[in-house]
Design a protein around this ligand. Sequence first.
Ligand SMILES: *Cc1c(COP(=O)(O)O)cnc(C)c1O
Length: 456
Amino acid sequence: MSENKIPYKIYLDESEMPKAWYNLRADMKNKPAPLLNPGTLEPMTAQELGEVFCNELVKQELDDTTPFFEIPREIRDFYKMYRPSPLVRAYCLEQKLGTPAKIYYKFEGNNTSGSHKLNSAIAQAYYAKQQGLKGVTTETGAGQWGTALSMACSYLGLDCKVYMVKCSYEQKPFRREVMKVYGANVTPSPSDTTQVGRKILAEFPGTGGSLGCAISEAVEAATSMPGYRYVLGSVLSQVMLHQSVIGLETKAAMEKYGVKPDIIIGCAGGGSNLGGLIAPFMGEKLRGEADYRIIAVEPASCPSFTRGEYRYDFCDTGKVCPLAKMYTLGSSFMPSADHAGGLRFHGMSSVLSQLYDDGHMEAVSVKQTDVFQAAEDFARIEGILPAPESSHAILTAVNEAMRCKETGEEKTILFGLTGTGYFDLAAYQKFHEGIMTNTVPTDQDIAASLAKLPKV
Ligand SMILES: *Cc1c(COP(=O)(O)O)cnc(C)c1O
């Protein structure tokens, strides 16, 4: 089909929406390393995981071989309220940059929670409900996951307890209130409501908290209350499975117009949006059917892929969670209070870590002020106010498009625009006032934290 027939927005019909999630692990020759029991260092069994997570989600977590999981009808119905998300051809941006590159982005910010996280929140809440639980506990960093989970829980009539990283709780009061609109119970973390919270407060008085701390508190809360399980919005393989809906929709929409991306770019915090976006494309790459350049973008303040090591580590600061083999900066790493809160995690999905280690994808890190400049340029030309996390991908996509301008190559660039920035205006304000800083950890900071990794 000829170029000028491609619309600004490519939507799928309801009937074209994915009916099954795709499990990329099924096509990986080198499977991600198993989660380990921190006490015995043996792979976690379904029974052990079932004490923390819902049973059906444990099955998904441990399954490295089944390529497709049917999406239950109730979840597909919920998806229909805000999906398919638009795949946008960034004609305006291309023109502004004067690049021969063709730029597409998949926009996941068109729902009240404002990000892709709702795709997994509804799935996890659904399986908790199916199991007859009373409620779930979780952590939230920037607030997007907590909001998404609150929405999913209120829809299904489940109780939702959210431990929110303290600096976000203070920086983003409106996020907190949205969660309360949806009936969630929100506690700033570290808090004195859990043993692990009290321990972290004693060790790091005045800390603004981190995702790792909040995870420890949420897990402790779930395992100490009957009828509750813990749910996690990123990092885990089950989350990436649910997020494959992003990539499946994107691929179907592109195929309608005979378009194939050359470069696929996504921001990476725990890796779920990137993993979901690339899943069907990476599957083709692993099966030798196609080739794509895939780039993970992380903040220079929390550079797990680009400066971390591929090792077994704890997922949480309190060391109550299983060990995962992943690119990590060490679970004791305390990232600076970067405004891309959703990217402030010390580790990375074990699926993406294995793919990166095997050379199937690349990673870059970018600085906060450059990210906000790209975000603002993008808002002015494409209209959408992007989340700081998503803007890491914007910056990298623009850099690649400018490289095409130099070389004259007509590459097709696809990136994930994971959310909106309406709740990040305090960060935009800092940027406008010229008081935004770029805190990059020193080699000594990283070495000190890596030195504390468990010996496995
Ligand atoms: C949480 C979040 C991210 C990062 O999480 P991943 O699991 O790496 O996808 C990125 N963008 C937005 C808007 C988020 O809310």
